[in-house]
Design a protein around this ligand. Sequence first.
Ligand code: FAD
Ligand code: NAP
Length: 282
Amino acid sequence: MTEPQTVTEAKPVKLPTLPDAQIVTDVTHWTDRLFSFRVTRPASLRFRSGEFVMIGLMGDPDPKTGKQKPLLRAYSIASPSWGEELEFYSIKVQDGPLTSKLQHIQPGDEIILRPKPVGTLVHDALLPGKRIWFFATGTGFAPFASLLRDPQTYEDYDEVIITHTCREAGELEYGRRLIEDLKSDEMMIELLGADNLAKIRYYPTTTRETSAKMGRITDLIRSGEVYADLGVEPIHPESDRAMICGNLAFNLELKAMLEEYGLEEGANSNPRHYVVEKAFLD
Ligand SMILES: Cc1cc2nc3c(=O)[nH]c(=O)nc-3n(C[C@H](O)[C@H](O)[C@H](O)COP(=O)(O)OP(=O)(O)OC[C@H]3O[C@@H](n4cnc5c(N)ncnc54)[C@H](O)[C@@H]3O)c2cc1C
Ligand SMILES: NC(=O)c1ccc[n+]([C@@H]2O[C@H](COP(=O)([O-])OP(=O)(O)OC[C@H]3O[C@@H](n4cnc5c(N)ncnc54)[C@H](OP(=O)(O)O)[C@@H]3O)[C@@H](O)[C@H]2O)c1
Protein backbone atom coordinates (compact mmCIF):
# COMPACT_ATOMS: atom_id res chain seq x y z
CA MET A 1 0.00 0.00 0.00
CA THR A 2 1.33 3.48 -0.81
CA GLU A 3 1.89 5.86 2.10
CA PRO A 4 -0.61 8.73 2.40
CA GLN A 5 0.83 12.00 1.10
CA THR A 6 0.67 14.79 3.69
CA VAL A 7 1.43 18.44 3.09
CA THR A 8 1.62 20.48 6.29
CA GLU A 9 2.44 24.07 6.93
CA ALA A 10 3.14 25.17 10.50
CA LYS A 11 1.49 28.60 10.26
CA PRO A 12 -0.99 30.07 7.79
CA VAL A 13 0.84 32.55 5.59
CA LYS A 14 -2.04 34.56 4.11
CA LEU A 15 -4.78 36.61 5.66
CA PRO A 16 -8.30 35.63 4.51
CA THR A 17 -9.80 37.68 1.68
CA LEU A 18 -13.12 35.82 1.06
CA PRO A 19 -16.15 36.24 3.33
CA ASP A 20 -16.26 33.35 5.87
CA ALA A 21 -12.81 32.29 4.65
CA GLN A 22 -10.61 29.88 6.57
CA ILE A 23 -7.03 28.94 5.76
CA VAL A 24 -6.00 25.40 4.84
CA THR A 25 -3.24 24.19 7.16
CA ASP A 26 -2.78 20.55 6.18
CA VAL A 27 -3.81 18.17 3.37
CA THR A 28 -3.44 14.36 3.23
CA HIS A 29 -4.29 12.28 0.14
CA TRP A 30 -5.34 8.77 1.16
CA THR A 31 -6.31 7.31 -2.22
CA ASP A 32 -7.06 8.70 -5.68
CA ARG A 33 -10.67 9.16 -4.46
CA LEU A 34 -10.18 10.30 -0.85
CA PHE A 35 -8.36 13.05 1.02
CA SER A 36 -8.55 14.83 4.36
CA PHE A 37 -7.62 18.38 5.24
CA ARG A 38 -7.51 20.79 8.13
CA VAL A 39 -8.42 24.46 8.22
CA THR A 40 -8.30 27.23 10.80
CA ARG A 41 -11.30 27.38 13.12
CA PRO A 42 -13.34 30.59 13.38
CA ALA A 43 -13.02 31.84 16.96
CA SER A 44 -16.79 32.11 17.31
CA LEU A 45 -17.63 28.63 15.94
CA ARG A 46 -19.21 26.29 18.49
CA PHE A 47 -20.44 22.87 17.34
CA ARG A 48 -21.38 19.50 18.72
CA SER A 49 -19.21 16.55 17.67
CA GLY A 50 -20.99 14.79 14.77
CA GLU A 51 -22.48 17.94 13.19
CA PHE A 52 -21.92 19.20 9.64
CA VAL A 53 -21.35 22.62 8.05
CA MET A 54 -21.42 24.05 4.53
CA ILE A 55 -17.96 24.52 3.03
CA GLY A 56 -16.71 25.35 -0.44
CA LEU A 57 -14.81 27.54 -2.85
CA MET A 58 -15.68 30.48 -5.09
CA GLY A 59 -17.24 29.21 -8.33
CA ASP A 60 -16.01 30.15 -11.80
CA PRO A 61 -16.92 33.66 -12.99
CA ASP A 62 -20.28 33.90 -14.81
CA PRO A 63 -19.36 34.21 -18.53
CA LYS A 64 -21.83 37.11 -18.97
CA THR A 65 -21.45 39.13 -15.77
CA GLY A 66 -18.04 37.98 -14.59
CA LYS A 67 -19.53 37.60 -11.09
CA GLN A 68 -18.46 34.69 -8.89
CA LYS A 69 -20.74 32.86 -6.47
CA PRO A 70 -19.69 30.53 -3.64
CA LEU A 71 -19.99 26.82 -4.48
CA LEU A 72 -20.92 25.16 -1.19
CA ARG A 73 -21.56 21.56 -0.08
CA ALA A 74 -22.46 19.90 3.23
CA TYR A 75 -19.46 18.41 5.07
CA SER A 76 -19.32 16.59 8.40
CA ILE A 77 -16.75 18.07 10.73
CA ALA A 78 -14.35 15.17 11.33
CA SER A 79 -12.53 16.84 14.23
CA PRO A 80 -13.97 16.90 17.76
CA SER A 81 -15.75 19.91 19.24
CA TRP A 82 -12.69 20.72 21.39
CA GLY A 83 -10.24 20.81 18.45
CA GLU A 84 -8.23 23.96 17.71
CA GLU A 85 -8.58 23.42 13.96
CA LEU A 86 -11.33 21.86 11.85
CA GLU A 87 -10.73 18.62 9.97
CA PHE A 88 -12.69 17.30 6.98
CA TYR A 89 -12.59 13.95 5.17
CA SER A 90 -13.52 14.23 1.52
CA ILE A 91 -14.34 12.33 -1.62
CA LYS A 92 -12.80 13.43 -4.95
CA VAL A 93 -15.48 13.27 -7.64
CA GLN A 94 -13.59 13.90 -10.89
CA ASP A 95 -16.48 15.82 -12.52
CA GLY A 96 -17.97 17.01 -9.22
CA PRO A 97 -18.54 20.80 -9.25
CA LEU A 98 -16.82 21.28 -5.87
CA THR A 99 -14.47 18.35 -5.32
CA SER A 100 -12.93 18.47 -8.82
CA LYS A 101 -11.38 21.74 -7.52
CA LEU A 102 -11.25 21.12 -3.76
CA GLN A 103 -8.98 18.10 -4.25
CA HIS A 104 -6.22 20.50 -5.39
CA ILE A 105 -6.16 22.72 -2.26
CA GLN A 106 -2.79 23.31 -0.62
CA PRO A 107 -1.76 24.68 2.79
CA GLY A 108 -2.17 28.47 2.73
CA ASP A 109 -5.20 28.36 0.38
CA GLU A 110 -8.60 29.68 1.44
CA ILE A 111 -11.87 27.80 1.65
CA ILE A 112 -15.29 29.19 2.54
CA LEU A 113 -16.90 27.87 5.72
CA ARG A 114 -20.39 28.93 6.76
CA PRO A 115 -20.32 28.79 10.57
CA LYS A 116 -23.79 27.27 11.08
CA PRO A 117 -23.31 23.69 12.29
CA VAL A 118 -26.34 21.34 12.22
CA GLY A 119 -27.04 17.61 12.20
CA THR A 120 -28.64 14.61 13.83
CA LEU A 121 -25.57 12.51 14.68
CA VAL A 122 -25.23 14.03 18.14
CA HIS A 123 -25.32 12.51 21.62
CA ASP A 124 -28.21 14.80 22.55
CA ALA A 125 -30.49 12.85 20.16
CA LEU A 126 -29.99 9.53 21.99
CA LEU A 127 -31.33 8.17 25.28
CA PRO A 128 -28.74 6.82 27.74
CA GLY A 129 -27.54 3.28 26.92
CA LYS A 130 -24.70 0.83 27.54
CA ARG A 131 -23.32 0.38 24.06
CA ILE A 132 -23.08 2.68 21.05
CA TRP A 133 -22.75 1.43 17.47
CA PHE A 134 -21.32 3.78 14.84
CA PHE A 135 -22.20 2.37 11.39
CA ALA A 136 -20.36 3.97 8.42
CA THR A 137 -19.77 3.39 4.73
CA GLY A 138 -17.26 5.41 2.68
CA THR A 139 -16.87 9.05 3.78
CA GLY A 140 -19.69 8.41 6.26
CA PHE A 141 -16.83 7.73 8.67
CA ALA A 142 -16.27 11.51 9.02
CA PRO A 143 -18.79 12.32 11.80
CA PHE A 144 -17.51 9.31 13.76
CA ALA A 145 -13.93 10.58 13.44
CA SER A 146 -15.28 13.50 15.47
CA LEU A 147 -17.36 11.49 17.95
CA LEU A 148 -14.56 8.96 18.58
CA ARG A 149 -12.41 11.86 19.82
CA ASP A 150 -15.14 13.30 22.06
CA PRO A 151 -14.89 12.48 25.81
CA GLN A 152 -18.71 12.34 26.03
CA THR A 153 -18.77 9.19 23.90
CA TYR A 154 -16.88 7.36 26.65
CA GLU A 155 -18.74 9.03 29.52
CA ASP A 156 -22.06 7.88 28.03
CA TYR A 157 -21.19 4.29 27.01
CA ASP A 158 -19.35 1.18 28.28
CA GLU A 159 -18.69 -0.08 24.75
CA VAL A 160 -18.09 1.81 21.50
CA ILE A 161 -18.36 -0.27 18.30
CA ILE A 162 -17.38 1.39 15.02
CA THR A 163 -18.05 -0.47 11.78
CA HIS A 164 -16.75 0.86 8.46
CA THR A 165 -17.58 -0.76 5.13
CA CYS A 166 -15.85 0.28 1.90
CA ARG A 167 -15.33 -1.26 -1.49
CA GLU A 168 -11.54 -1.41 -1.20
CA ALA A 169 -9.04 -1.79 1.65
CA GLY A 170 -7.28 1.52 0.87
CA GLU A 171 -10.55 3.35 1.55
CA LEU A 172 -10.43 2.16 5.17
CA GLU A 173 -7.00 3.67 5.80
CA TYR A 174 -8.06 7.11 7.13
CA GLY A 175 -10.27 5.46 9.77
CA ARG A 176 -7.80 2.71 10.62
CA ARG A 177 -4.97 5.21 11.16
CA LEU A 178 -7.19 7.53 13.17
CA ILE A 179 -8.17 4.76 15.61
CA GLU A 180 -4.61 3.46 15.81
CA ASP A 181 -3.31 6.98 16.56
CA LEU A 182 -6.09 7.59 19.07
CA LYS A 183 -4.98 4.56 21.08
CA SER A 184 -1.27 5.39 20.97
CA ASP A 185 -1.16 9.21 21.11
CA GLU A 186 -0.15 10.43 24.59
CA MET A 187 -2.27 13.55 24.39
CA MET A 188 -5.34 11.50 23.42
CA ILE A 189 -4.70 8.93 26.15
CA GLU A 190 -4.44 11.74 28.70
CA LEU A 191 -7.55 13.48 27.42
CA LEU A 192 -9.82 10.45 26.88
CA GLY A 193 -8.25 7.90 29.28
CA ALA A 194 -6.65 4.55 28.43
CA ASP A 195 -9.61 2.63 29.94
CA ASN A 196 -12.02 4.62 27.80
CA LEU A 197 -10.01 4.07 24.62
CA ALA A 198 -10.08 0.33 25.41
CA LYS A 199 -13.88 0.54 24.93
CA ILE A 200 -13.42 1.01 21.17
CA ARG A 201 -14.13 -2.05 19.02
CA TYR A 202 -13.19 -1.37 15.39
CA TYR A 203 -14.86 -3.55 12.72
CA PRO A 204 -13.69 -2.66 9.18
CA THR A 205 -15.03 -4.62 6.18
CA THR A 206 -14.54 -4.53 2.41
CA THR A 207 -16.93 -5.63 -0.30
CA ARG A 208 -14.93 -5.65 -3.54
CA GLU A 209 -11.33 -6.23 -2.50
CA THR A 210 -10.07 -9.07 -0.37
CA SER A 211 -9.38 -8.10 3.24
CA ALA A 212 -9.44 -9.72 6.69
CA LYS A 213 -13.23 -9.25 6.86
CA MET A 214 -15.34 -9.21 3.74
CA GLY A 215 -19.00 -8.33 3.30
CA ARG A 216 -21.59 -5.62 3.79
CA ILE A 217 -22.15 -4.91 7.49
CA THR A 218 -25.90 -5.39 6.95
CA ASP A 219 -25.30 -8.99 5.77
CA LEU A 220 -22.83 -9.61 8.60
CA ILE A 221 -25.42 -8.49 11.14
CA ARG A 222 -28.15 -10.61 9.53
CA SER A 223 -25.97 -13.71 9.61
CA GLY A 224 -24.90 -12.99 13.21
CA GLU A 225 -21.24 -12.99 12.12
CA VAL A 226 -20.54 -9.54 13.56
CA TYR A 227 -21.82 -10.59 17.00
CA ALA A 228 -19.77 -13.79 16.92
CA ASP A 229 -16.63 -11.92 15.77
CA LEU A 230 -16.94 -9.29 18.49
CA GLY A 231 -18.25 -11.68 21.14
CA VAL A 232 -21.22 -9.42 21.93
CA GLU A 233 -24.96 -9.92 22.41
CA PRO A 234 -27.31 -8.96 19.54
CA ILE A 235 -28.63 -5.39 19.41
CA HIS A 236 -31.38 -4.69 21.94
CA PRO A 237 -33.29 -1.43 22.59
CA GLU A 238 -32.58 -1.52 26.33
CA SER A 239 -28.80 -1.57 25.96
CA ASP A 240 -27.92 -0.39 22.45
CA ARG A 241 -27.80 2.97 20.73
CA ALA A 242 -26.73 3.54 17.13
CA MET A 243 -25.68 6.23 14.68
CA ILE A 244 -25.76 5.54 10.93
CA CYS A 245 -23.94 7.46 8.18
CA GLY A 246 -23.57 6.11 4.67
CA ASN A 247 -25.19 6.06 1.24
CA LEU A 248 -28.98 6.25 1.07
CA ALA A 249 -29.62 2.53 0.36
CA PHE A 250 -27.34 1.55 3.25
CA ASN A 251 -29.01 3.99 5.62
CA LEU A 252 -32.47 2.74 4.72
CA GLU A 253 -31.55 -0.93 4.98
CA LEU A 254 -29.85 -0.54 8.35
CA LYS A 255 -32.63 1.70 9.66
CA ALA A 256 -35.19 -1.02 8.83
CA MET A 257 -33.02 -3.63 10.55
CA LEU A 258 -32.68 -1.54 13.71
CA GLU A 259 -36.45 -0.96 13.75
CA GLU A 260 -36.90 -4.75 13.58
CA TYR A 261 -34.73 -5.03 16.69
CA GLY A 262 -37.15 -2.59 18.36
CA LEU A 263 -35.00 0.56 18.20
CA GLU A 264 -36.72 3.87 17.45
CA GLU A 265 -35.32 6.87 15.57
CA GLY A 266 -34.35 9.86 17.69
CA ALA A 267 -33.93 13.56 17.03
CA ASN A 268 -32.54 16.55 18.88
CA SER A 269 -36.06 17.36 20.07
CA ASN A 270 -36.95 13.72 20.87
CA PRO A 271 -34.01 11.54 21.95
CA ARG A 272 -34.55 7.81 21.23
CA HIS A 273 -32.38 4.81 20.29
CA TYR A 274 -30.75 5.58 16.95
CA VAL A 275 -30.07 8.45 14.52
CA VAL A 276 -29.20 8.54 10.84
CA GLU A 277 -27.66 10.97 8.35
CA LYS A 278 -26.77 10.73 4.66
CA ALA A 279 -23.06 10.71 3.78
CA PHE A 280 -24.00 12.26 0.42
CA LEU A 281 -27.11 13.06 -1.58
CA ASP A 282 -28.37 10.46 -4.15
C1 FAD B 1 -25.28 15.91 5.53
C2 FAD B 1 -24.19 15.68 4.52
C3 FAD B 1 -22.87 15.56 4.97
C4 FAD B 1 -21.84 15.31 4.06
N1 FAD B 1 -20.56 15.15 4.52
C5 FAD B 1 -19.57 14.84 3.64
C6 FAD B 1 -18.23 14.60 4.09
O1 FAD B 1 -17.93 14.70 5.29
N2 FAD B 1 -17.29 14.27 3.16
C7 FAD B 1 -17.58 14.17 1.83
O2 FAD B 1 -16.71 13.85 1.03
N3 FAD B 1 -18.84 14.42 1.38
C8 FAD B 1 -19.82 14.77 2.24
N4 FAD B 1 -21.08 15.04 1.77
C9 FAD B 1 -21.27 15.11 0.30
C10 FAD B 1 -20.87 16.53 -0.17
O3 FAD B 1 -21.86 17.43 0.26
C11 FAD B 1 -20.67 16.63 -1.70
O4 FAD B 1 -21.68 15.93 -2.37
C12 FAD B 1 -19.32 16.14 -2.15
O5 FAD B 1 -18.33 16.97 -1.60
C13 FAD B 1 -19.16 16.16 -3.68
O6 FAD B 1 -19.37 17.47 -4.14
P1 FAD B 1 -19.25 17.81 -5.70
O7 FAD B 1 -19.79 19.18 -5.91
O8 FAD B 1 -17.87 17.53 -6.17
O9 FAD B 1 -20.22 16.74 -6.40
P2 FAD B 1 -21.78 16.58 -6.21
O10 FAD B 1 -22.48 17.16 -7.41
O11 FAD B 1 -22.21 17.06 -4.86
O12 FAD B 1 -21.90 15.00 -6.25
C14 FAD B 1 -21.74 14.30 -7.47
C15 FAD B 1 -21.94 12.81 -7.22
O13 FAD B 1 -20.80 12.28 -6.53
C16 FAD B 1 -21.19 11.26 -5.62
N5 FAD B 1 -20.76 11.66 -4.26
C17 FAD B 1 -20.92 12.89 -3.68
N6 FAD B 1 -20.39 12.88 -2.44
C18 FAD B 1 -19.91 11.63 -2.23
C19 FAD B 1 -19.27 11.01 -1.13
N7 FAD B 1 -19.00 11.69 0.00
N8 FAD B 1 -18.91 9.73 -1.24
C20 FAD B 1 -19.15 9.04 -2.39
N9 FAD B 1 -19.76 9.58 -3.47
C21 FAD B 1 -20.14 10.85 -3.39
C22 FAD B 1 -22.70 11.15 -5.72
O14 FAD B 1 -22.99 10.09 -6.57
C23 FAD B 1 -23.13 12.47 -6.30
O15 FAD B 1 -24.31 12.40 -7.04
C24 FAD B 1 -22.12 15.25 2.66
C25 FAD B 1 -23.45 15.41 2.22
C26 FAD B 1 -24.47 15.58 3.12
C27 FAD B 1 -25.88 15.72 2.62
N1 NAP C 1 -15.23 3.05 -4.42
C1 NAP C 1 -14.68 3.04 -5.61
O1 NAP C 1 -13.65 2.45 -5.82
C2 NAP C 1 -15.32 3.84 -6.76
C3 NAP C 1 -14.55 4.07 -7.90
C4 NAP C 1 -15.10 4.86 -8.92
C5 NAP C 1 -16.36 5.38 -8.81
N2 NAP C 1 -17.10 5.12 -7.69
C6 NAP C 1 -18.45 5.71 -7.63
O2 NAP C 1 -18.57 6.59 -6.50
C7 NAP C 1 -19.87 6.49 -5.90
C8 NAP C 1 -19.73 6.18 -4.44
O3 NAP C 1 -18.93 5.02 -4.24
P1 NAP C 1 -18.38 4.62 -2.80
O4 NAP C 1 -17.65 3.33 -2.94
O5 NAP C 1 -17.68 5.76 -2.19
O6 NAP C 1 -19.70 4.42 -1.96
P2 NAP C 1 -20.84 3.35 -2.00
O7 NAP C 1 -21.23 2.93 -3.38
O8 NAP C 1 -21.88 3.93 -1.13
O9 NAP C 1 -20.20 2.04 -1.31
C9 NAP C 1 -19.54 2.08 -0.05
C10 NAP C 1 -19.74 0.74 0.65
O10 NAP C 1 -21.09 0.60 1.06
C11 NAP C 1 -21.59 -0.66 0.68
N3 NAP C 1 -23.04 -0.60 0.46
C12 NAP C 1 -23.68 -0.01 -0.55
N4 NAP C 1 -25.01 -0.14 -0.41
C13 NAP C 1 -25.20 -0.85 0.72
C14 NAP C 1 -26.34 -1.34 1.40
N5 NAP C 1 -27.58 -1.13 0.94
N6 NAP C 1 -26.18 -2.02 2.54
C15 NAP C 1 -24.94 -2.26 3.01
N7 NAP C 1 -23.82 -1.83 2.42
C16 NAP C 1 -23.94 -1.14 1.29
C17 NAP C 1 -20.83 -0.98 -0.59
O11 NAP C 1 -20.89 -2.36 -0.82
P3 NAP C 1 -20.99 -2.97 -2.34
O12 NAP C 1 -19.61 -2.92 -2.91
O13 NAP C 1 -21.50 -4.37 -2.08
O14 NAP C 1 -21.97 -2.12 -3.10
C18 NAP C 1 -19.45 -0.45 -0.27
O15 NAP C 1 -18.69 -1.40 0.44
C19 NAP C 1 -20.60 5.39 -6.67
O16 NAP C 1 -21.48 6.01 -7.58
C20 NAP C 1 -19.51 4.65 -7.43
O17 NAP C 1 -19.96 4.14 -8.67
C21 NAP C 1 -16.59 4.37 -6.67
